[in-house]
Design a protein around this ligand. Structure first.
Ligand code: HEM
Length: 498
């Protein structure tokens, strides 16, 4: 014992100043924080009641369970109904803010980003690019992507229509059951490869390219894994061998298409084709092959699953509402032809209402997150009334729940759970009440193109098939959370040709 006392006394002169310094730093930080909170008039926000308020193991367990049960969005919706539009919760020792308050979405964008949330967890698949970086890297990537959506580039869907024709050729005509989910995935894969690389992947032909089919499966698997890695970044349980192999496979597949784009570029230029092709623009820049691949994979991730999911979800809803399908079909048949030009397609009001209502009820991106890049405030959610600002420390994430946002009765009326496209006839909503493509500087740059592609495809299906029946024994939409929110049971239907 004496030995321990002697040792303690010997090290005390060294340890004591360190302890005092640490205490002084912690106290100064605490007082600085308190005075910043007071200066901004901030008040504490409501906490979700938790049985483990320290580490938030209960929230982590609930999240895992909800992935299996497919009810993650529904749980958040219930929590908002009970605890208000903004509340805090703790998961694995980290405080997170959950909100469906539109005034918070439209906030000081400079203070918020995605990189600390996404780059490390997504990089085994993507590397840095438009989806997972902030600051100068994001700006560089966004500027590269933006010309893809120039008016002259997207306002005619003729190039997309070629793939829609092929997709329709894959639908059985005899009213037998087909799962539209994988078919739409192939449609969007083939188009996206053409759109981004100038070379299609040919999965809709009579002999689908097996490499491309394998890539599709691998990519879907990795998306599920990175979705979960983002939610619980401290856990590496999703870093399985299959995840690693799938990431490598996705990278090699993209490399192959980069080589094809390179070959195409080296050929004499066809003057008729003035299209902006992202792979070509990147190949003309002096950047490494890793960066080239990362930039393309980032846009591919944003492009591929989203449009395919909106298509699937629209058919999912229509198959469960035959009268709505018939009303839509009547509008399409009346016009005799489905135009490929945006301005003509925009005249099909009910068609747009159907796709808009799908985006409301079953949003492709059910939830999105931002992380505070510095200490900041959000304008509401604090205090008993929830009207005071909340002080947010750097590193805290805020989760926007679009699924619950789109079900607010004060905006959408008494029946927000009902699929009713006609609600859009007279609905007056604020910019931040409906966010299927997010908003602010990081709004989806492809929103118009993707929306019109979905309208066009649905119109072509309605034009070609007189009936659309649900063949899925489960009526409800059970969500499958990847980064997008897909139907876990696919979209099994039967279509009768005219
Ligand atoms: C129906 C289809 C689509 C939906 C619902 C959709 C939705 C979204 C949403 C919600 C975001 C914001 C994600 C976030 O929180 O960070 C986003 C971002 C983005 N989307 Fe889309 N998207 C669709 C199609 C596309 C397509 C076809 C492309 C490209 C060809 C694309 C390219 C992008 C890009 C590059 C971003 C990142 C923007 C940035 O961070 O600056 N999207 N999209």
């Amino acid at each position: 014992m004496a030995y321990y006392y002697t040792t303690l006394l010997a090290i005390l002169p060294f340890v004591l100043p360190l302890l005092i310094a640490w205490g002084a730093v912690a106290l100064t930080r605490y007082y600085k924080l308190q005075s910043a909170i007071r200066a901004h008039g901030c008040k504490p926000a409501r906490f979700l009641p938790q049985w483990d308020p320290i580490w938030g193991l209960d929230a982590a367990v609930q999240m895992f369970r909800s992935y299996g049960l497919g009810n993650r969005s529904a749980i958040f919706k219930e929590q908002h109904a009970t605890y208000g539009p903004t509340f805090l919760s703790i998961a694995l020792g980290k405080i997170r803010i959950f909100t469906i308050d539109p005034s918070i979405f439209n906030t000081d964008f400079q203070s918020w980003g995605v990189q600390p949330l996404r780059l490390a967890t997504w990089s085994p698949l993507l590397g840095p690019g438009v989806m997972d970086t902030d600051g100068a890297h994001w700006k560089f990537s966004r500027d590269l992507v933006q010309p893809l959506f120039r008016r002259e580039q997207i306002s005619d869907l003729s190039q997309f229509a070629v793939y829609v024709d092929r997709m329709i050729g894959n639908i059985p005509l005899d009213n037998s059951t087909i799962d539209m989910q994988p078919l739409f995935a192939r449609l969007i894969l083939d188009f996206t490869m053409d759109f981004l690389f100038g070379v299609s992947s040919e999965t809709l032909t009579s002999t689908p390219d097996q490499d491309a089919m394998d890539f599709l499966h691998a990519f879907h698997y990795t998306q599920g894994a990175i979705g979960k890695r983002t939610q619980l970044p401290y856990l590496t349980v999703f870093t399985t061998e299959r995840f690693k192999d799938s990431c490598v496979m996705a990278g090699s597949f993209v490399d192959k298409y980069i080589e094809r784009a390179r070959e195409r570029l080296s050929q004499p230029k066809d003057d008729g084709n003035q299209r902006y092709i992202l792979a070509d623009e990147l190949l003309r820049k002096n950047i490494s092959s890793n960066e080239l691949r990362s930039q393309l994979l980032n846009v591919f991730l944003a492009a591929h699953d989203t449009t395919a999911v909106l298509l699937t979800n629209t058919i999912f809803n229509l198959a469960r509402h035959p009268q709505i399908y018939q009303k839509l079909r009547a509008q399409i048949l009346e016009a005799k032809d489905v135009p490929t030009q945006f301005y003509k397609l925009k005249r099909f009001k009910y068609l747009q209402d159907v796709v808009t209502e799908t985006s409301r009820l079953t949003p492709v991106v059910g939830q999105s997150a931002r992380i505070a890049l510095k200490d900041t405030t959000i304008p509401r959610g604090g205090g008993k009334s929830g009207d005071a600002p909340i002080y947010v420390q750097k590193g805290t994430s805020v989760q926007f729940n679009y699924f619950a946002l789109h079900r607010r009765t004060e905006v959408y009326g008494k029946d927000p759970e009902t699929f009713r496209p006609s609600r859009w006839d007279n609905l007056k909503i604020g910019t931040w009440d409906f966010l299927p493509f997010s908003g602010g500087p990081r709004v989806c740059p492809a929103n118009q193109m993707a929306f019109m592609q979905v309208c066009y495809t649905i119109a072509r299906i309605a034009q070609n098939f007189s009936t659309l029946d649900n063949r899925d024994p489960v009526f409800e939409f059970i969500e499958q959370y990847r980064i997008t929110t897909d139907s876990k049971n696919g979209c099994k239907v039967a279509l009768k040709a005219i």
